[in-house]
Write a protein that binds this ligand. Structure first.
Ligand SMILES: Nc1ncnc2c1ncn2[C@@H]1O[C@H](COP(=O)(O)OP(=O)(O)OP(=O)(O)O)[C@@H](O)[C@H]1O
Ligand SMILES: [Mg+2]
Length: 226
């Protein structure tokens, strides 16, 4: 589902962030991405989310090499991805509900069906946002905005979830509400890659991890020790 082959990345005038990174994820995998601040977690996730190209090497998603896909295939690939960026990027002058609904209209649903509206309401309820649904995104706290960004990514039931420190602004209760949603999506067949600094999550929910250090990624097949 995700394959990186000899991926290197550096930004203009800087030293390499990645040096020939190789790894694969299969359907239904759940993988933590761990590494110190500045190790390159967000850069790696941006590349997998098709937002940035590697400087050299290949990334394939769903069997398509990103360097040679057509525009329409790339759009289809993006619709199968739920990406939660570290910088949350809601649309500030839309309501909470409309920020989530927009994710569905961008994937082709022009008039929201009753079941889609129910799905949005369910996600907002699970994430303690029911009283905020008609509030403009600009008025939310950082943690609330982060939960809306998760709802927006999950509402389309993506096959691949790319989550960049999605619990970084949450208290313990909401951290576990969010983890519960990621784990349910994973049980439903979605592959999940989740960058985190939260050792408690990694210790309590035992999964594999990719460790990012000095430009290299090591995949630990056993449960992550972090
Ligand atoms: N657009 C950019 N231009 C130049 N350098 C960049 C750019 N984006 C990231 N970097 C550099 O790449 C390195 C990795 O950054 P990245 O944000 O991927 O780290 P991270 O592991 O996500 O860190 P954190 O845990 O703090 O979120 C850093 O040294 C950063 O300064
Ligand atoms: Mg980051």
């Amino acid at each position: 589902m995700v394959a990186l082959s000899d991926v290197s990345k550096w930004y203009h005038g800087q030293s390499r962030i990645f040096e020939r990174v190789n790894f694969e994820m299969k359907k239904g995998d759940f993988l933590y991405l761990v590494g110190g601040t500045g190790a390159g977690k967000s850069s790696l996730l941006r590349m997998i989310a098709t937002e940035e190209a590697p400087t050299s090497g290949q990334i394939s998603l769903f069997g398509y090499s990103l360097s040679s896909v057509s525009g329409s295939t790339l759009r289809a690939i993006r619709q199968s991805i739920g990406y939660i960026p570290q910088g949350i990027r809601l649309i500030p002058d839309l309501t909470v509900f409309d920020n989530v609904a927009l994710s569905l209209s961008l994937s082709g649903e022009r008039v929201l069906s009753a079941s889609s509206k129910a799905k949005i309401s369910d996600l907002l309820n699970r994430l303690g946002l029911e009283s905020k649904r008609e509030k403009l995104a600009v008025t939310l706290s950082g943690g609330e905005a982060q939960r809306v960004a998760v709802a927006r990514a999950l509402v389309r039931s993506p096959e691949l979830i790319i989550a960049d420190e999605p619990t970084g602004s949450q208290d313990r209760d909401y951290t576990w509400s969010l983890m519960d949603l990621f784990l349910k999506a994973n049980v439903g067949g979605a592959a999940v890659i989740l960058a985190t600094h939260d050792r408690e999550i990694v210790r309590r929910v035992r999964k594999k991890c990719a460790v990012l250090k000095k430009g290299h990624v090591t995949l630990e097949e056993a449960a992550c020790i972090y």
